[in-house]
Design a protein around this ligand. Structure first.
Ligand code: MG
Length: 176
């Protein structure tokens, strides 16, 4: 029998960053996260350093972070793994580790660091801070992820990393 040839369906994977930004924003929304909620986290991180900082200003920086290609790719990868886990489409032992948000897995944080990386060391420290305290929507996502059939293992870290990266972007802009 003739070996079956693999057919590659050409996909539009050369979407420019602006188009991909819209896709990413919509995917985050489908997972229950609006960029404004991330901006609120950023505002909390920066308010003691930048006088009169507003959520609107923070949102501009969050949007700037999500416009970056490396960030978009990390978001798409993490969200997809959460979704595949919910659909039981991953194999063991990875499936159980993701569904149970296994504490020693750690790759969710590593992926998120690739987002923080783009904005330097202030992003790193802010990410660690957020990851530990789980303020606002991060805590909500963490709790929601514990419900059966729901997996937010990557999502909470991604959201924290975007907020931290935006805080770093602000710190660089307003530094004296
Ligand atoms: Mg996580």
């Amino acid at each position: 029998m003739k070996k079956e040839e693999k057919v590659y369906v050409p996909m539009d994977n050369r979407l420019n960053d602006v188009k991909k930004y819209e896709v990413v924003k919509e995917k985050l929304r489908e997972r229950g996260v609006e960029l404004i909620q991330i901006a609120e986290l950023t505002c909390e991180l920066q308010k003691q350093y930048v006088k009169d900082i507003t959520v609107e200003t923070c949102l501009t920086h969050v949007e700037r972070v999500v416009m970056k290609r490396e960030v978009q790719h990390a978001i798409l990868t993490g969200l997809e793994l959460d979704i595949l886990a919910e659909q039981n489409k991953l194999s063991e032992p990875l499936l159980s580790m993701l569904l149970g948000d296994y504490g020693l897995y750690g790759i969710d944080e590593v992926l998120a660091l690739s987002i923080v990386n783009v904005y330097g060391s202030i992003g790193f420290t802010n990410f660690g801070y957020i990851d530990k305290l789980k303020p606002g929507i991060i805590g909500e996502l963490d709790n929601a992820g514990k419900e059966s059939g729901r997996c937010n293992t990557f999502l909470d870290d991604i959201v924290g990393a975007i907020a931290a990266a935006a805080a770093s972007s602000i710190a660089h802009k307003y530094s004296v």
